[in-house]
Design a binder for this molecule. Structure first.
Ligand SMILES: Cc1cc2nc3c(=O)[nH]c(=O)nc-3n(C[C@H](O)[C@H](O)[C@H](O)COP(=O)(O)OP(=O)(O)OC[C@H]3O[C@@H](n4cnc5c(N)ncnc54)[C@H](O)[C@@H]3O)c2cc1C
Length: 381
């Protein structure tokens, strides 16, 4: 199958040598390493995982149309990959014969501080976007997720939430234009694709509709300070209470909870809970809000650290806060085997529900299990 596809590409590209080094088939020495480079879940690296007939890493927009044409001619499905973080590997696995279009090389980020906008290539990571904003302005930001290696191609087309969600909404609420290649190989911007398609790709997932090349986004203002809190005490009652208060907090306050199993110094299993917060304002106002809305948490001044928005991104990703460089690293160093699943909680979980969860967390196979909860409300409320 790869050979017929390659023959087609050779015919379509009058100057095939311009693309040949960007096309990888199983006979290429570097095929496996190129394929694996953006696989973020080792579950999908096994020999039994169906492999692509060809991994195509185009560099220029005009190179994508012939790939689409040749895939269609040869009844090959197309998988589009940007950051490779899909929970189920949908950007690089298929049960039927397929080729990959990997947007890795479309990672340019152009920030316009005056207009407070940016064009970001679909293959850029959110870390690259954050980095490029931060080197241009300390007071501009973009509302997107936590892990810097997540790709904007998949992240924005599915929504995209992070610490700014309560004040500024999802990433897609701040996408104002996009460039996409459709199934006929034509390139569109927002005007030529029309509002229906634009609406679909800003939340409905990109790959059902075409290959997204780039997004234009509106940047948002952030004040100069952000505050954090981590805590482990009185877990069950606090999380239970948090469910009732967090969605109606002031929109400047984002307070999420995550919990995982831990072993104490004397060998007992316990559940450790972290209340992790970003507040867009000063410590005094945060303390007043917490005193009024969630005094049970017992937040005190010493729990808070003032930092810039970009430092908060580094902090939340586990990096030292004094260097921006880690945001440019698209290699995910802690890649492992996992099963991830997200859901929307419609009703608060009762105390007995949490206690049931703790029992599951104590089971032998749950050693690495973790549970993250994020309050919506605010702008999205
Ligand atoms: C470690 C980790 C942390 C995460 N953190 C957050 C978070 O904080 N907030 C949040 O909202 N989500 C988060 N997510 C979920 C993440 O936003 C989605 O998995 C997202 O789809 C990943 O995008 P990607 O480009 O990295 O993935 P990919 O695997 O490349 O793509 C995901 C999907 O989008 C399609 N797609 C990708 N690029 C394009 C394109 N250019 N054109 C058309 N279709 C395309 C793919 O075909 C696939 O179906 C996280 C996921 C992981 C694994």
């Amino acid at each position: 199958m790869s050979m017929v596809f390659l023959e087609c590409l050779k015919e379509e590209f009058h100057n095939y040598s311009s693309i040949s080094s960007l096309v990888y088939t199983p006979i290429n020495f570097s095929y496996q390493s190129v394929l694996n480079f953006s696989i973020r879940n080792l579950r999908f690296t096994s020999n039994s995982t169906p492999k692509t007939a060809s991994d195509n890493n185009p560099k220029y927009e005009h190179q994508i149309s012939p790939i689409i044409y040749c895939a269609k001619q040869n009844q090959l499905q197309i998988r589009t990959r940007s950051g490779g973080n899909d929970f189920e590997g949908r950007s690089y696995v298929s049960e039927v014969p397929f080729v990959i279009i990997d947007l890795l090389n479309f990672s340019e980020v152009k920030v316009d501080v005056q207009q407070k906008t940016a064009w970001v290539g679909a293959g850029a990571t959110i870390g690259m976007l954050y980095y490029n904003i931060a080197i241009k302005s300390p007071r501009l930001a973009f509302p997107a997720g936590f892990t810097p290696t997540v790709g904007v191609g998949g992240h924005f087309s599915g929504g995209g939430w992070g610490v700014l969600v309560r004040k500024y909404g999802l990433s897609v609420d701040n996408v104002i234009d996009a460039r996409i290649v459709d199934a006929n190989g034509k390139i569109h911007d927002r005007i030529s694709m029309g509002e229906d398609l634009f609406w679909a790709i800003t939340g409905g997932g990109g790959s059902s509709f075409g290959v997204i090349l780039a997004w234009k986004v509106r940047l948002v203002d952030v004040p100069g300070s952000t505050i954090y809190r981590d805590l482990e005490q009185n877990a069950t009652q606090l999380i239970h209470r948090w469910q009732y208060v967090a969605p109606s907090f002031d929109e400047d306050l984002f307070l999420r909870v995550f919990f995982k199993r831990n072993t104490t110094w004397d060998g007992r299993m316990t559940i450790s809970v972290a209340f992790n917060s970003v507040f867009l304002g000063g410590i005094d106002r945060l303390l007043a809000i917490m005193q009024e809305k969630f005094p049970e948490l017992g937040l005190v001044r010493e729990d808070c650290t003032e930092m810039s928005w970009i430092q908060s991104i580094l902090y939340n990703s586990g990096f030292p806060i004094n260097s921006l460089e880690p945001l440019l690293d698209r290699v995910q160093h802690d890649v492992g085997y996992y099963k991830g699943k997200s859901d929307f909680m419609q009703e608060p979980i009762p105390i007995i529900g949490f206690e049931g969860m703790w029992r599951l967390f104590y089971e032998p196979e749950a050693e690495e299990a973790a549970f993250f909860t994020t309050p919506y409300g605010g702008k999205n409320g």
